[in-house]
Ligand binder design. Structure first.
Ligand code: ADP
Length: 319
């Protein structure tokens, strides 16, 4: 392997830059040339490709977003789109590709691998919704952003003695809401993986209020629906003043935490090692603090699950 490519695809996540840096530096360390592909698969089809040097990835380890930009490409889901992508890679003499993104991006990586072009997936998404890794790059940073918001909202919630509903991102996964809710001491955590019972949530708020609790904080994952609508139902049922805060895109930005930078560096480097070893169609991950790799087809086929024990604990601690 003499030349490899790297791209970021799907939703951006803090730490993607640290992963790009690791791929570039690890490859150059092994005398491999690296090409950066802009705007994910869309830039691959368009041939928006440039050589990356050691200096190209200087001063980016602490930056959110991705210097390679990211995009979604419907065209790449077609055979023709994938073929065009492979032609571009061949034009530059690129022999292997590191794809940093989520499960959609991995489906694309699998298609390329099946067509004889080896790809390695690096999980980068704030949603933490990828099986085969305890954490995805960006999740920890996003979690800390959500936690900071909860702490701030708690101040105003206490002062005004209100109920607050906070809607978090996470697509169909509840990890962000669950971790932030546990760490932020939320009264209730509503996530798509666990069916919720409105009556018991309402009873819990009213009981707390009667006990003299000054406020309630309820974390709602976007995967269950609108936080605004949820807040309206809570206010109606409890007759207590309820406010809703939809955190939105601030959860995607910011400087990556130490954890995400270290994770991104380890995963990016392992992806290059796998390509050097002639492997393709794998996804790197972290399990029990060990860097591992799995067959990407198996990852795509598996369903994401939450830590049920952690959910139960969050309930026990918020009585
Ligand atoms: P994420 O990687 O964050 O899950 P998406 O689901 O939007 O984000 O996927 C990113 C891109 O990956 C898509 O825009 C598309 O170009 C590519 N992709 C997704 N699914 C497939 C598929 N089944 N086959 C080929 N490419 C795919």
């Amino acid at each position: 392997m003499k030349k490899i490519g790297v791209l970021t695809s799907g939703g951006d996540a803090p730490g993607m830059n640290a992963a790009i840096r690791a791929v570039v530096r690890k490859a150059i360390y092994h005398n491999i040339e690296v090409y950066g592909i802009n705007q994910g698969y869309s830039g691959l089809i368009a041939g928006s490709i440039r050589k990356l040097e050691l200096g190209s990835v200087g001063d980016i380890i602490h930056r959110g977003g991705t210097i390679l930009y990211t995009a979604r490409s419907e065209e790449f889901k077609t055979e023709e789109g994938q073929q065009l992508g492979i032609e571009q890679l061949k034009k530059y003499g690129i022999e292997g590709l590191v794809v940093i993104g989520g499960d959609g991006s991995f489906r694309g990586a699998k298609k390329l691998t099946d067509k004889g072009f080896p790809c390695i997936g690096v999980p980068g998404t704030i949603d933490n919704d990828i099986p085969g890794t305890d954490f995805t790059i960006g999740f920890n940073t996003s979690l800390n952003t959500v936690l900071d918001a909860i702490d701030k909202i708690r101040d105003t919630a206490t002062s005004h003695e209100r109920t607050y509903v906070i809607e978090t991102m996470g697509r169909n996964a509840g990890d962000l809401a669950l971790w932030a809710g546990l760490a932020g001491g939320a009264e209730s955590i509503i996530i798509p993986e666990v069916e919720y019972d409105m009556d018991s949530i309402v009873k819990r708020i009213i009981r707390g209020n009667e006990r003299g609790k000054k406020h309630s904080i309820i974390i709602v994952a976007e995967g269950i629906g609108s936080g605004v609508e949820f807040g309206r139902r809570i206010q109606e049922a409890t007759n207590l003043e309820t406010r809703v805060s939809v955190l939105g895109y601030i959860q995607r930005g910011g400087s990556p935490t130490a954890f995400d930078r270290a994770l991104a560096s380890r995963l990016g480097a392992r992806a290059v090692e796998l390509l050097i070893d002639g492997k393709g169609g794998r996804m790197v991950g972290i399990e029990n603090n060990q860097i591992v790799d799995h067959d990407i087809s198996e990852i795509i086929a598996r369903k994401h699950t939450i830590d049920v024990e952690m959910y139960k604990l969050s309930q026990e601690l918020s009585i």
